[in-house]
Design a protein around this ligand. Structure first.
Ligand SMILES: [Zn+2]
Length: 316
């Protein structure tokens, strides 16, 4: 198998290198090595045979607000001042998300190989989540990223149902985080089975559950049997092998992966690096190498690395 085409269905581009250094810092890296922003990613892709990347917009606005409130308290702010600050901060964070969504749609307009998935947060935007989606559709968005554990909601949150419906109608993809683990003492909002009501309600939604190689594969397998037409998976987080220990979204070993993938159906599994986070996402080829090392046929590897994503994204 020579020079395979790669489509990365799940990475996180930043606004620029400065932002990338803050969000995904790499010890010892000079600025020139950072690659995950619209101005740098195309030569990076060309050097690796990556034809397209889908970029997932997500900002942990809850953590940013909590940090600022904490600092205000430390500086002696009164409860009334904190309450005022919460209102202003909410507007600031909404504006931040809108600006980030706009930026990635503009990147796509300039370079169609960058496929923009928007951050739609039903807590931050409330009932206006659908308005943000409409704004992004007008700008050329191709999908949405839903992250229940960062945003703090269950998959079938009432403000999201209209959003999924519109995505289904407009042919936009939905890519969701999934994990059994809770963040910071909250509930585990994004478990695989939590998506069942959404998959039931929207049988034609183009839906990718990220992190197939995370834990509780039994629930993922159950869903794959139940939703044959609308449920796809990405393998971002990656495989446990001689080069990569278990941890994060990576729990499935390389010797078991072919068996699990075939049970689900290799034609529904998409390659994603979750880059440029630390570990294998630092370089997309590091993650793609894991696929190449699996005991799958060349045809199956081609499907996972690019063919399935072409069908999903409607690319030639
Ligand atoms: Zn991710």
């Amino acid at each position: 198998m020579t020079n395979p085409e790669i489509i990365d269905i799940h990475l996180h581009l930043c606004r620029d290198t400065q932002q990338e250094k803050t969000v995904f810092p790499k010890a010892g890296w000079p600025d020139e090595w950072y690659w995950a922003s619209p101005d740098k990613v195309i030569p990076y892709m060309d050097a690796r045979g990556i034809s397209h990347v889908a970029t997932m917009n997500i900002i942990d606005t809850g953590a940013m607000v909590a940090g600022r409130i904490r600092r205000a308290r430390e500086q002696g702010a009164s409860e009334a001042e904190i309450a005022d600050a919460r209102v202003t901060l909410r507007e600031d964070m909404q504006e931040r998300v809108r600006a980030f969504n706009t930026l990635m749609c503009e990147a796509h307009a300039k370079e169609p190989r960058i496929i923009p998935y928007m951050m739609i947060d039903p807590i931050l935007f409330g009932e206006a989540a659908i308005e943000e989606l409409e704004r992004c559709i007008a700008l050329g968005a191709k999908g949405i990223k839903v992250h229940p554990s960062i945003c703090g909601h269950f998959p079938d949150h009432p403000n999201m149902m209209a959003v999924y419906k519109r995505c289904e109608e407009a042919g936009l993809g939905v890519l969701t985080d999934s994990t059994s683990r809770a963040r910071g003492g909250a509930e585990a909002f994004g478990t695989p089975l939590g998506w069942r009501p959404v998959l039931q309600a929207f049988p034609h939604l183009k839906f990718i559950m990220a992190h197939l190689c995370d834990d509780i594969w039994d629930d993922r397998l159950e869903l794959s049997r139940e939703f044959k037409d609308n449920l796809w998976f990405d393998m971002s987080g990656g495989i446990v092998d001689a080069h990569h220990p278990a941890g994060g979204h990576s729990m499935l070993t390389g010797d078991q992966a072919p068996r699990v993938f075939r049970k689900i159906g290799v034609e529904r599994i998409l390659f994603g690096s979750d880059g440029p986070g630390t570990g294998r996402g630092e370089d997309v080829l590091e993650a793609a190498g894991e696929v190449m090392r699996l005991a799958l046929t060349d045809a199956e590897k081609e499907q996972i690395l690019a063919g399935n994503a072409k069908r999903f994204l409607g690319l030639k």
